[in-house]
Ligand binder design. Structure first.
Ligand code: G3P
Length: 225
């Protein structure tokens, strides 16, 4: 599983890079706007935190494929390794073909159906981002869409990965993991919840208490060997 963090909040990114095995950060226009800072500054600040080896995804906004291509080129001037997110509209699919021809990595976004994902992969998208919670919210089945995209990748031997997105709880993440999603991007709040269980906390507290009663409070293994 490739874990990514879906945020532009620098404190959250710093924390996640420190604690978790995350391989990238994804943003979208809403996420960037939430920070209310200059776009270029947000991108360069994220890169400074995540380093050169982790992925950074940022989205184009143009209404035509030609403008999206220009946006992709401009973002590459800011960050040479940036992965360009493109929505799966008709102009977006055209933009993917153009951007792919220039050797720039692409994440297809705003995917709600397996056919959108399939066409994006054929247009050159490397990551395919279905919106799980937005589907679940309207009585769709986000997990089923993820499973079908993963199946299409498999049977057509596509050079693409599911990047499941839009999560509001841990169970959604778990279901897409079981359904074959190769990667997920998760907001900081839900990401932290992936590790939460009260029995883990009470178990660790019991270990500490039993240890302290014999070896003394705040002693680690280093103090006794
Ligand atoms: O970044 C795309 C996706 O994660 C959107 O999530 O929470 O706005 O549905 P959300």
């Amino acid at each position: 599983m490739i874990y990514m963090l879906d945020t532009a909040n620098l404190d959250a990114i710093q924390k996640a890079v420190d604690l978790y095995p995350i391989e990238g950060v994804t943003t979208n226009p809403t996420i960037i706007a939430r920070e209310n800072r200059p776009f270029k500054e947000v991108i360069t600040s994220i890169r400074a935190i995540i380093g050169p080896d982790r992925m950074l995804h940022a989205q184009v906004l143009g209404k035509t494929a030609e403008v999206m291509l220009e946006e992709a080129r401009a973002m590459r001037q800011i960050d040479a390794d940036i992965i360009i997110k493109v929505p799966v509209t008709p102009q977006g699919i055209k933009a993917m073909k153009l951007i792919h021809q220039e050797g720039i990595r692409i994440t297809a976004t705003a995917i709600l159906t397996p056919q959108q994902a399939l066409m994006a992969a054929m247009a050159g998208a490397e990551f395919l981002a279905p919106y799980v919670n937005r589907l679940d919210n309207i009585c769709g089945d986000g997990t089923q869409v993820v499973a079908e995209i993963a199946h299409l990748i498999d049977i057509y031997g596509l050079n693409a990965k599911v990047l499941a997105a839009s999560f509001k709880n841990v169970q959604q993440v778990h279901e897409v993991a079981k359904a074959g999603a190769q990667s997920v991007t998760i907001g900081p709040d839900v990401f932290d919840l992936l590790l939460v269980h009260p029995l883990t906390d009470s178990g660790v507290a019991g270990f500490v208490s039993d240890w302290d009663s014999v070896y003394g409070a705040d002693k680690t293994v280093l103090d006794v060997i």
